[in-house]
Ligand binder design. Structure first.
Ligand SMILES: [Zn+2]
Length: 139
């Protein structure tokens, strides 16, 4: 997916609640981060923006927010899996003055009509000053 396609998709979604569950409109939450107009200030904000990108199918953003050493060459999302809700369980470090942080979360989805939950303990680091996803453990 090209950057233009991702922007067009994002613009149609700006009026609704952000998929990350912040309670804010998508336009005031993850949209500027997805569009490259703003940077996630914390590891948790980056995690939220990545969940929103999964929910919206924005693979371009997912790849851009992945550390260069662990980023896959390409990414295909399962069209039958719909990401519905994010619960942040715990954030450690990952703040404005940190260079690394971890976020533990439950990501809820529906697949083939059935609800499911993925739990991950994700590691984030700064690369060239901005937060990126490094890797994660799924217990
Ligand atoms: Zn958001």
């Amino acid at each position: 997916m090209g950057r233009g396609a991702a922007r067009r998709r994002a613009s149609t979604a700006t009026g609704r609640a952000c998929p990350c569950g912040s309670g804010r409109a998508y336009a005031d939450c993850c949209a500027p981060v997805h569009g490259g107009d703003a940077e996630a200030p914390t590891a948790e904000a980056l995690m939220r923006s990545r969940f929103s990108a999964f929910a919206l199918g924005d693979t371009g953003y997912l790849l851009r927010s992945w550390h260069s050493s662990t980023r896959p060459a390409s990414l295909e999302l399962d069209p039958g899996q719909r990401w519905t809700r994010l619960d942040i369980v715990e954030s450690e470090r990952g703040g404005l003055l940190d260079t690394a942080g971890t976020v533990t979360f439950h990501a809820h989805y529906r697949k083939a009509g059935q609800p499911g939950t993925m739990t991950e303990h994700s590691r984030f680091v700064r690369e060239d000053g901005r937060w990126v996803y490094l890797d994660g453990d799924q217990p």
